[in-house]
Design a protein around this ligand. Structure first.
Ligand code: BGC
Length: 676
């Protein structure tokens, strides 16, 4: 008996060493039709998406859970346990720090694993085409595809290194929440290839195991049965995982199956035994299509190791920890962008203070909808500042700012007034305005008039109007910082953390500064049609083209130290290698250690019809005071290419290019050209 058991263990371990492809194929052969169909749709259950396991064949269940800012719990629905309310995707992305992005994803996915989820419905990797789009806070990419393509990679790796599948969403052109269930994003091919596909392409290269198709239509065809876009995903981009529908985004049986939708969520309205057997019997859906979808799901499950490790997760577990609280704090501080700091008002020296007044919103730390994470606690700005000043004999007072006059009066003779303003948004609708609302602009102006040492911290899900920016000396953009908001703010204000984050979106002067017509946004007609007729001119590309100075530009962010750029060398184009080498020196010229984000923008030859300049690469370099470092970039043919719709391929542009390196899109420190 013992010998037989040992043999079984040995055989199992040998089998575990064969390829995921071979194992998925072998499993598929053993499945009957009903068992196959059961894998292709969800059922009601504990997680937001549930595919039951198969006891006969030993197939584990698939447990899919939101979202991109942490494990979603719904308080009041019984035993739910805790999870960390991390900084949002847009927040962490503003750190431009690939190692930190990995850490965020890895530790967040640990909580999913400990709660028994094996698919994290994240990352969100749409592009912020519309500044007020409701879900921008859930997305990593800001308004730039190259930036997006860089930041999604460590996030996919971090999640999947925990043995949890990542799910890149929402494929594709899901940039509008207004009428999101019906709107058609009418996008030409070049625009889609140059702006909207690249982050997904990077996610696929990083090995993402699932992709969620979106609610909207693309050029009038539902995303989840769009033959063109789904074929591109699987055939051209080489995606080998499975496509899951957004929740109720499936609209057909045969058309979806044939186009490449593998799994319907949350239930099997279109994918069930009756509909699929009818479709197979009538010849509308070849049986191979069903097999392919099941195979893709199994392959992803084998690849991530679900058959090799028993899940020990429990959805009711408390998965928060001191280590995660500390990491959430570090990330929120590292992602805070110092956009203004006149006369070096910040950092504040704790020992020079006697009276500090904190005014304003204390609770807005995340967005709403499926991406919302219920914090177990929130460290408010007032608490964070008070904790930081413990032992310093400083009086810290707080008012919520609803009485503007009283707030200004209180601020008048403080050493410093810290005003926290906030707005949020979420799934299902876009913001009506980028203005803060609730008289918060008047509050800032009144406090600033009463006290010249006013620091404003803006909690925002994305672009926001700051009409008072000339009235205050210091502004921090804190995004949606999660549960450790107050501690992170104090860390930056008192200089325990030297700010190193940068804007990955443009901060505008007014609503709709990008001059969308109604046809472009939110779209016209019934059902809604939104024309992407701006083509490549979104975000800073539009501001550059129109020569508009934004409130704060893409790539901008200050530090408590300064950096100098020198020795830019751009080598000649290497035809054989299809590349251009770029190098430069960066020096921390100040007296504090700090990190600079060196940004490389590229201008194409005019005839190419590309935007005036585009971010192609960046590197975040940590430098001790007075230290310098060499930064090396390698531009590849693809970076020098445009999408040629007539030949359906990338085409290297010939002519004179200009490489610009700098600290933001409007702070170019050196440039040089090369010829292809
Ligand atoms: C959202 C998805 C989310 C799903 C499950 C949908 O409404 O668009 O992003 O993952 O719900 O909650």
């Amino acid at each position: 008996m013992i010998g037989f058991l040992l043999f079984c263990v040995f055989a199992r371990s040998l089998w575990a060493q064969s390829s995921p492809e071979a194992r998925a194929q072998a499993m598929l052969q053993r499945m009957n039709f009903t068992e196959k169909v059961n894998m292709l749709h969800g059922v009601n259950g504990i997680y937001v998406g549930n595919v039951p396991g198969n006891e006969r064949l030993g197939i584990p269940s698939l447990n899919l859970q939101d979202g991109p800012q942490g494990f979603r719990i719904t308080p009041g629905t019984g035993e739910v346990g805790t999870s960390t309310a991390w900084p949002s995707s847009m927040t962490i992305a503003a750190s431009w720090d690939l190692d930190l992005l990995y850490e965020w994803a890895y530790e967040m996915a640990r909580e999913f694993k400990d709660k028994g989820a094996n698919v994290q419905l994240a990352p969100g990797i749409g592009i912020a085409r519309v500044p007020n789009a409701g879900r921008n806070f859930e997305y990593l990419c800001g308004e730039d595809p190259s930036f997006g393509a860089a930041v999604v990679v460590p996030v996919i790796q971090g999640i999947q290194d925990q043995g949890v599948m990542a799910d890149a969403k929402h494929w594709i052109n899901n940039e509008i929440e207004d009428q999101r269930m019906t709107v058609s994003a009418n996008v030409d091919e070049r625009t889609r290839f140059e702006l909207y596909y690249p982050p997904f392409e990077a996610a696929i290269k990083a090995g993402v195991l699932s992709v969620m198709c979106s609610y909207n239509r693309i050029n009038d065809v539902w995303s989840c049965h769009n033959n063109e876009t789904l074929r591109h995903l699987k055939e051209n981009l080489g995606f080998r995982g499975f496509v899951v529908s957004d929740w109720t985004a499936t609209h057909s049986t045969a058309q979806s199956m044939n186009a490449g939708l593998d799994m319907e969520m949350p239930l099997g309205l279109f994918y069930n035994e009756h509909t699929l057997s009818t479709a197979v019997d009538s010849g509308e859906v070849p049986m191979e299509k069903i097999d392919e979808s099941v195979y893709r799901i199994l392959l992803s499950m084998y690849s991530i190791g679900l058959f090799d490790h028993d899940s020990t997760g429990d959805p009711t577990a408390n998965v928060t920890s001191d280590a995660h609280n500390a990491l959430a704090r570090k990330i929120a501080a590292t992602s805070t962008v110092l956009v203004k700091n006149d006369h070096s008002l910040l950092p504040l020296a704790k020992s020079s203070l006697r009276r500090v007044v904190v005014i304003g919103d204390e609770t807005t730390v995340s967005g709403t909808g499926s991406g919302h994470v219920e914090p177990a606690y929130i460290i408010t700005p007032h608490q964070g500042i008070s904790l930081a000043l413990q032992g310093y004999n400083v009086e810290v007072e707080y008012v919520d700012g609803t009485d503007i006059e009283a707030a200004a009066e209180l601020a008048a003779d403080a050493d410093v007034a810290i005003v926290v303003v906030a707005t949020t948004c979420g799934e299902g609708s876009d913001r009506d305005t980028l203005a803060l609302g609730n008289n918060q602009d008047a509050l800032v102006s009144a406090v600033a008039a009463a006290n010249p040492s006013t620091v404003v911290s803006v909690n925002t899900p994305g672009a926001v109007l700051m009409p008072w920016s000339n009235e205050v000396p210091a502004i921090l953009v804190s995004w949606l910082p999660g549960q450790e908001a107050g501690n992170a703010l104090a860390d930056v204000i008192f200089g325990d953390v030297n700010p190193s984050a940068r804007l990955h979106i443009t901060m505008p002067n007014k609503d709709n500064e990008v001059a969308f017509t109604r046809a472009q946004y939110p779209g016209v007609g019934e059902p809604r049609e939104a024309s992407y007729s701006e083509e490549l001119l979104i975000g800073y590309r539009y501001y550059d083209a129109m020569d508009i100075t934004p409130r704060f530009c893409f790539g901008h962010g200050l530090s408590y130290t300064t950096f100098a750029y020198s020795n830019l060398i751009v080598e000649a184009y290497n035809e054989t290698a299809g590349s251009v080498s770029v190098s430069l020196d960066v020096m921390n010229t100040g007296t504090r250690d700090g990190a600079e984000v060196v940004q490389l923008y590229l201008s194409f030859p005019t005839e190419a019809g590309e935007p005036l300049q585009q971010l192609k690469m960046f590197e975040k370099v940590l430098l001790r005071a007075q230290q310098s470092a060499k930064v090396i970039f390698e531009l590849k043919n693809r970076d020098l290419s445009v999408w040629d719709a007539s030949s359906s391929s990338w085409s290297v542009v010939r002519g004179a290019f200009v490489v610009k390196v700098g600290a933001s899109s409007r702070d170019i420190r050196a440039s040089a050209d090369f010829i292809v």
